[in-house]
Design a protein around this ligand. Structure first.
Ligand code: ADP
Ligand code: MG
Length: 582
């Protein structure tokens, strides 16, 4: 085949694959256009997961009738002067979104600038442009997208269920609403109002997006170094979620999912929160435009920083300072640990623990609620080493995380306390489920849990099956669910945290995953909920009880995620490592 130039429709469909990979990406582009147009109020409507219909209405400066054909043309933008690619102050600049959407679905742009007598409309369907026609309409712009991906069926195959896509659209709108708190935002999904927020300040917007209860617990951070400033709100180590989708970063007003910023946040919390948990964060970074390249990725979600190390250390420093405020230090454990001198001489860097007293009390209550065999020794008395215990008797706890034990045959045993306990709980829940249903314990006072509409839909959609796992959830008004019962094994868990985590777990796995598989993930997630955390000091009796329970539970020696819960070093291993034996 000879070389030929591709026609514009094909070019736009190719671009659509990059810019508009799913309905949420179209929603993001349209809302960003509205923000660039100086809108004070933006309304978003989603139907059928955004595949059926997306509508974004704004009261911004509009598009003059004569420019409508240009607006939907590729590489046509009002936001960039030719020389300005180094200083980008608008969210858009590539002139790609509208033509890409118009190539993949049916795009209708209706707009009226102030001073123009009436509105005008242009339609592009699968790349075919229709004539501009006058219509009635208010000042501002309304963009609708229907039948997204009807012209690019290959893409359509990769979409998840309407519910999952609607959830992703809502996440995108929430992120944008945090990026622009001074703009009023409303979101309606399949006819139901998800939220309707007036113009707010950052703090109020954060409370509206995260819910009052969680927002009250957030820590405020601020760090300024030279011309770079980081401000916002993060959760204390005691408040975490099962998914990272509650982390929102905004750089120079642009909502981003930048890997460098996410990684920095992760590092800042490392050793403070269990693996697999994620803090909440709403962070705004202001950085001089010339120190930032936003033109890395067609969807503009990733960035390149001129001084990545400086940005990283600013973030880690600011977060760690907030997590180690005097209030948190005062709540640090005062219990002395067996063999304290060992811990004191430990070369591992340790940060002050930032868990609240309440959180620690909760973990202790959880452990006491364990149906482990009764401890055979009084606390703080070194038990005798008995040869018939394969995992040996505990000698010490190190890093508040690992139990060190010596078995009768002289093997040194190391147990990861969190992983081991999580595994025991999971095995018990599984056994209960397999023998019918997991026993539920009704709550004396059913717990009202406020959640975003999509999470409520996810929970209620799976309610019957969740009941089989011991978690009984009912609808409760527009913005909340009622938790009536929790699995008996988790009687001491916080029902609200449990419901949120289950909703996150249901959201994480797409429809490709069958409900059965999702419920399995839910079960593992629930097991984590009552597991004694890493970072909590254990009494000898507790260590002993954990080891004995592990010995009588098959499969207890790997955690639900497949990591080992136990490591063994024989006398021979030690001798080889010390060069005593060949
Ligand atoms: P970009 O945002 O990168 O410029 P788009 O394809 O998203 O490219 O939009 C093309 C142009 O259409 C914009 O530059 C802008 O002039 C105009 N436009 C799009 N949406 C709106 C809107 N909601 N209000 C006013 N103008 C808009
Ligand atoms: Mg744009």
């Amino acid at each position: 085949m000879p070389i030929r130039r591709l026609d514009p429709t094909t070019i736009n469909r190719i671009a659509a694959g990059e810019v508009i990979e799913r309905p949420a990406a179209a929603v993001k582009e349209l809302v960003e256009n509205a923000l660039d147009a100086g809108a004070r109020r933006i309304g978003v409507t989603i139907e059928g997961g955004g595949i059926g219909r997306i509508e974004v209405t704004d009261d911004g400066h509009g598009i003059p009738e004569a420019e409508l054909p240009l607006a939907i043309e590729r590489h046509a933008t009002s936001k960039l002067t030719d020389e300005a690619l180094v200083r980008i102050a608008t969210l858009g600049f590539r002139g790609e979104a509208l033509p890409s959407i118009g190539a993949a679905g049916r795009l209708t742009v209706t707009s009226r600038p102030a001073g123009q007598d009436s509105a005008a409309r242009i339609v592009v369907d699968g790349g075919a442009v229709r004539e501009v026609e006058p219509v009635a309409g208010p000042v501002g712009t309304c963009v609708t997208v229907e039948d997204l991906f009807h012209a690019t069926p290959a893409r359509r195959k990769f979409l998840r269920s309407a519910g999952a896509e609607a959830g992703a659209c809502a996440d995108a709108v929430r992120h944008l609403a945090l990026a622009a708190p001074a703009v009023g935002f409303s979101l309606t999904i399949d006819g139901a109002a998800s939220f309707d927020l007036p113009p707010q300040d950052r703090r109020e917007r954060v409370a509206a997006i995260y819910g009052r209860a969680d927002a009250e617990k957030l820590l405020e951070i601020e760090a300024v170094r030279e011309e770079v400033a980081l401000r916002g709100f993060i959760s204390p180590a005691s408040l975490t979620r099962a998914a990272a989708r509650h982390q929102h970063m905004v750089v120079n007003g642009r909502p981003v999912r930048d890997p460098l910023l996410r990684m920095a946040l992760r590092l800042a919390y490392r050793e403070r929160i269990p693996a697999g948990r994620h803090p909440l964060a709403a962070l705004w970074l202001e950085i001089p435009a010339e120190m930032l390249d936003v033109n890395v990725h067609p969807a503009k979600a990733e960035l390149r920083f001129a001084t990545p190390d400086a940005v990283r250390s600013l973030m880690i420093g600011a977060v760690q300072r907030a997590l180690a405020t005097p209030a948190d230090l005062a709540a640090a454990p005062s219990v002395s640990m067996p063999r304290t001198s060992w811990a004191a001489s430990s070369p591992m860097p340790r940060y002050p623990q930032a868990e609240s007293r309440a959180a620690r009390g909760f973990a202790e209550a959880e452990l006491r609620g364990l149906d482990l065999p009764p401890a055979r020794v009084a606390p703080e008395v070194l038990p005798e080493s008995r040869p018939d215990y394969p995992l040996g008797t505990p000698i010490a706890q190190v890093f508040d995380t690992y139990i060190l034990a010596q078995s009768g045959d002289g093997t040194l045993v190391l147990v990861d306390q969190h992983a081991a306990h999580e595994r025991l709980t999971e095995i018990r829940l599984r056994a209960e489920r397999d023998s019918g249903a997991i026993p539920a314990q009704a709550l004396l006072a059913p717990s009202v849990v406020e959640l975003p509409a999509e999470d409520i839909a996810r929970l209620l959609g799976a309610a019957e099956r969740l009941a089989g796992l011991g978690l009984e959830i009912e609808a409760f008004g527009p913005g909340a669910v009622l938790v009536r019962a929790v699995p008996a094994a988790l009687a001491k868990a916080d029902p609200a945290a449990l419901a949120r985590d289950v909703a996150d777990t249901l959201a994480e796995s797409g429809t490709a995953t069958a409900l059965e598989a999702k419920l399995d993930a839910v079960l593992i997630r629930m097991a984590c909920h009552r597991s004694v955390r890493a970072g909590r000091r254990l009494a000898f009796a507790e260590m002993e009880a954990l080891l004995r329970a592990m010995e009588t539970t098959p499969l207890a020696q790997t955690c639900p995620h497949g990591r080992p819960t136990v490591l063994r070093l024989s006398r021979g291993d030690l001798e080889r490592m010390f060069g005593r034996a060949g």
